[in-house]
Design a protein around this ligand. Structure first.
Ligand SMILES: Cc1cc2nc3c(=O)[nH]c(=O)nc-3n(C[C@H](O)[C@H](O)[C@H](O)COP(=O)(O)OP(=O)(O)OC[C@H]3O[C@@H](n4cnc5c(N)ncnc54)[C@H](O)[C@@H]3O)c2cc1C
Length: 346
C-alpha cells in the first residue's frame, strides 16, 4: 500500500491506495483494465465523483479522455470503486423490521415511502437536504436537492426512472453544502459506492446521514431505453409513469399504455447489471421496493437505527398507513440476481 493526498473542496486527506495489478500503468489504466474493459463496471460513478482529473461517461462507458495527460495517478478511483476488488453479495440481508407502507402525504412509484422517509428525515432535523433523481420532459434523469417538503410539488421527483442517475457526483456537491447532513437514494450499485466513499473519506462518513436503497433487477443507458420505448410507440410528452412488474414493462401515458414483455429489453440491459447480485441494496440504512407488498404500498427493509427512528416519527405523526410485507415474495428476484454470479469472470 502507498499513501496519496486527495483533496475534496478545501479539505485534504492522506489515503492508502492499493497496489496496482498493472504496476507500470496509471491507476486509471488499472481501473480500465480490471473494471471497465471487462464489463464489470456498474456505472455508479463513484470514481467520477472523486476523480480530481476528469473521469466521466462517454457513449455509455465510464472513461477519462486524455487521461495520459490529466490523470494524477492518485489512486482515488480504484480505492472507491466497489468492483475493483469485487465481492458480490446477495440475499435479504439483516434487518430490524420488514414492513409495507403507504404515504398519506405524497404520491410516488408505489407507496411513496422513499419520499416520505427523506422528507420526514428533513423535518426531524436529521438531514437538511435529500438528493432526488428527477427527470426532464424526455425522461432523462436530473438530480435535485430537496430541502423543503413543498419542493415535492415537482411531481417528477418521485417515481422510478429506468435509466441511470448521476447520484454520486451530486452527492459530492451535497456534502460540501450541507450543515446537518445529507439523505440520498439509489440503486444497490449506488449504495455500494456511497459506502466505499464513507469508508475512505471522513467528509462522506460524517455528512451522509441517511442512505435509502432501492430494490433493483436492472437498469438501462438513457440512449438505449429511450430509443427502444420510442420505437414501441411511447410518446415522452405524454408519458407519466414507467414500471416493470410481473415480467412486463408498462409505460403509462395520458392517453393509454404501451406494454411488452421485459425479456424484450434484455439485450439493452446495461452490462454491469449482468454481474450484479444485489437485489435488495444490502448496505442501505433502509431498502425500499415494490415486490413483497400489496399494490400501492412500498415494501421496506428497515436495516439501521436511523431508519427505524424515521419510521417511528412517521408513525407518531400518522403520515403513512402500514401493512404487513412478505419477505418470501422477494425470493425469486433475489435468486435471479444471485445466479448472475456465474457471469463474473474470475
Ligand atoms: C432502475 C430501477 C429498477 C428497479 N427494479 C425493481 C424491481 O425489480 N423490483 C422492485 O420491487 N422494485 C424495483 N425498483 C424500485 C421501485 O421501482 C420503486 O422505486 C420503489 O418501490 C420505491 O417506490 P416509492 O413509491 O416508495 O418511491 P418514491 O417515493 O416514488 O421515490 C422514488 C425515489 O427513487 C429515486 N429514483 C428514481 N429513479 C432512480 C434512478 N434511476 N436512480 C436513482 N434513484 C432513482 C427518486 O429520486 C425517488 O427518491 C427499481 C427502481 C429502479 C430505479
Amino acid at each position: 500500500m502507498e499513501m496519496a493526498a486527495i483533496a475534496i473542496g478545501e479539505s485534504e486527506w492522506e489515503v492508502a491506495v492499493p497496489d496496482k495489478p498493472l504496476k507500470d500503468k496509471l491507476y486509471f489504466e488499472n481501473l480500465k483494465s480490471v473494471v471497465i474493459d471487462t464489463n464489470l463496471c456498474s456505472r455508479c460513478l463513484t470514481c467520477a465523483a472523486i476523480c480530481p482529473g476528469g473521469i466521466t461517461v462517454v457513449e455509455n462507458k465510464v472513461d477519462f479522455p486524455d487521461y495520459e495527460d490529466k490523470c494524477l495517478d492518485c489512486g482515488a478511483c480504484v480505492r472507491v470503486c466497489p468492483r475493483f476488488v469485487y465481492e458480490p453479495k446477495s440475499g435479504l440481508g439483516s434487518y430490524i423490521d420488514f414492513i409495507a407502507g403507504r404515504s398519506k402525504r405524497f404520491a410516488g412509484q408505489d407507496g411513496a415511502m422513499v419520499t416520505e422517509l427523506i422528507v420526514s428525515a428533513i423535518e426531524m432535523g436529521m438531514i437538511d437536504r435529500g438528493l432526488f433523481a428527477g427527470r426532464d420532459e424526455k425522461w432523462a434523469t436530473e438530480m435535485f436537492h430537496v430541502r423543503e417538503p413543498e419542493q415535492l410539488a415537482i411531481t417528477t421527483l418521485g417515481g422510478t426512472k429506468y435509466t441511470f442517475a448521476d447520484v454520486l457526483p451530486e452527492l459530492k456537491k451535497a456534502v460540501m453544502f450541507t450543515k446537518r447532513g445529507v439523505g440520498v437514494v439509489g440503486t444497490p450499485c449506488i449504495v455500494s459506492g456511497i459506502r466505499k466513499l464513507q469508508q475512505e473519506f471522513p467528509l462522506f462518513r460524517e455528512r451522509v446521514k441517511l442512505v435509502v436503497g432501492l430494490f433493483c433487477t436492472e437498469n438501462f443507458h438513457y440512449g438505449d431505453i429511450s430509443k427502444f420505448l420510442q420505437e414501441k410507440g411511447v410518446d415522452f410528452d405524454k408519458l407519466i409513469k414507467t414500471d416493470i412488474t410481473k415480467g412486463k414493462f408498462i409505460a403509462t401515458m395520458t392517453d393509454g399504455e404501451v406494454k411488452f414483455k421485459v425479456k424484450e429489453v434484455e439485450e439493452i440491459v446495461a452490462s454491469g447489471c449482468n454481474v450484479c447480485t444485489d437485489f435488495t441494496a444490502l448496505k442501505s440504512d433502509a431498502s425500499v421496493g415494490s415486490v413483497g407488498s400489496a399494490a400501492g404500498f412500498s415494501t421496506m427493509i428497515v436495516r439501521e437505527e436511523n431508519a427505524k427512528e424515521i419510521i417511528g416519527y412517521i408513525k407518531e405523526k400518522g403520515y403513512a398507513d402500514f401493512d404487513e410485507a412478505t419477505p418470501e415474495e422477494l425470493d425469486y428476484l433475489i435468486n435471479l440476481k444471485k445466479g448472475r454470479e456465474k457471469n463474473i469472470k474470475k
